[in-house]
Design a protein around this ligand. Sequence first.
Ligand code: ADP
Ligand code: MG
Length: 698
Amino acid sequence: MERDLAGLLFPGSVAVVGASGTPGKVGHALFRNVAASFNGPVYAVNPKYKELLGRPCVASVEGLPEPVDLAVVVIPAEQVAGVLKSCGERGIRNVVVISAGFKEAGEEGARRERELVRIAREYDMNLLGPNVLGLISTRVGLNATFAPRGAFPGEIAFMSQSGAFCTSVLDWAWHERLGFSHFVSLGNKAVLTEVEFLSAFGADPQTRVIVAYLEGVSDGEAFIRVASQVTREKPVVVLKAGRAEAGARAVSSHTGTLAGSDRAYQAAFEKCGIIRARNVEELFDYAYALAKQPLPRGRGVGIVTNAGGAGVMATDAVEWEGLEVARFTEDTARRLAECMPKAANIYNPVDILGDARADRYKKAVELVAGDPNVDMVVALSAPVAILTYAELAEILAQARRRFEKPFVCSFMAGELGEEAEGLLRGAGIPSFFDPARAVRTLRVLCDYLEIRRRPRPEPRPLEVDRESVRRLVREAISSARPRLGLEAMEILSAYGIPTARGGLARSPEEAARLAQGLGERVVLKIASPEIPHKSDAGGVLVGVDQRAVEERAAMLLRQIRRKFPGARLEGVYVQEMLPPGREVIVGVLRDPTFGPLVMFGLGGIHVEVLRDVAFSVAPLSRDEAQALVHRIRGFPILKGVRGEPGVDVPGLVEVVERLGRLAADFREIVELDVNPLLCYPDRVVAVDLRLTISGEEG
Ligand code: ADP
Ligand code: MG
């Protein structure tokens, strides 16, 4: 998995197979870029020429004077396999296949791609592509793309599953003077995927931020493992597109209907500390701020403005983003009062008024930025005739250097601010028209601070009875009964999850016997794999008198038989009657990319309406289980509102943690619902269970 990509990312010599002298051809654009950018030896491979753009050209890979570090292949799809093999024979270990006509182009293409994978494995090659724009490595000055624009050197490593997006980003970033350490088009990801590049960029000292556009992740578990490591070192910002792919699989549980692949991505990103961007604007706002700004020490924001409205907008945004309007020290307040006019607001947000000249702005910014309670600074300004944006940019650039705190800026201006924004960019200060957008980038710096600070998720060992569950799972598989209900409650107790007392009765007489010792009143439930929603079918009798159990059980069986003549009935499940409590749902779902997920939410009959659920990738550490429980909107209800007692949250967290263990231990469990788990102030109890088991593991 962790491959050495040095030869691919920092090659000492490059050959372009399919280099062309005909303008307008991809092979020409690519070779021209390589020849113009790269300092080391460059060779063209094409039988038609002896020389191309002043570089040696050979007829075939065999004819190359040295086994180059990197071969870039841009020839018709059907010839690529042959060339790849020649590269392997020649000892070339890194190959970028630009050519299209593979998996993206139907069955024949998919076959061709499998052939490339086979050859790459045979020769242990780093194969990037096929179907890519290419790659750029600014440290060795290499532009091996056919894009019309190259890249400036910078701190951002970028990878994208869309080649077209790559060209757009290159051109835009050129205009913005935004630089890259590496720029990689991932294409079909036949061999090298986002995982190998994450790992390589993580280890690259030139890279401060990793940015990715992804439409899917190839190996979810490897991705989580590697990304969890990398995000401790440097921020990773991902735009994951293709949310609509959800719902492709058949689901039969609540957990299943409430999931969908985007929830899985959300949970996975959460687990490994990836910062998610919702759109292109966020992707680069965040990337730029994280690349150029120091991390704050806390969430306190100091605001300086010469316009009241801008200050109000920024203050709203601070609250909305969950940051804090910093409270100045007495010293700061006193000194501000000394040097500001009487009408100025010397409390945060500091409004130095529209008649402020550069010197007043400078004093305010320095006092605010120097306050120990201010962790980040937002500088705002509307256009005024007595203060130029260029002066302002200079003040901010200086203050930013002096105070080592994050600065963002909103020149609420158009043309008047343009030139000064260039100066700010040079100082690494993000600047936006909208103050809210400026504040949002500060929030992302705080998000990353939290990610860095949070403890490594280490699931703790739990005492569980694995053998009993293994036996039950095997039985279900061998008897071809994938769906189980209450008769499988033992699975929960084996993993230390408290369950209501009770048991499965095969006959009304047995039900009466089982009911003894369960209290005055009991609950009877029809047990049938074909009736998943028991109460909908009239299959749940609550508060049945101990003495009437036999009769009521017989009646229940009769009624259900009449309603569902074909259904297989296991019998009647007799359960202790519990007092009313808060109903929550905990569940498990196996995601095709990331494996087992645990779901938690407010339960009972309204779960699908409220959709107040959250997901986490199993197994879970105690902290992760706790975070999952806290993440739902309705958490305050569980904590207790308006004098109502709260529920046993630690008990709840432990059930979530144990269910995560179960999900991770038994990949055969593809879906599981505990709905409801009844919650009381001092305990939690499972009263219903439904699960699906699959013979094929994970
Ligand atoms: P289903 O979800 O298949 O309809 P449940 O076993 O979840 O069946 O029961 C439906 C509802 O009945 C639960 O949501 C809960 O409100 C109530 N209930 C179930 N079992 C008990 C019990 N042992 N004590 C008290 N109430 C119960
Ligand atoms: Mg239920």
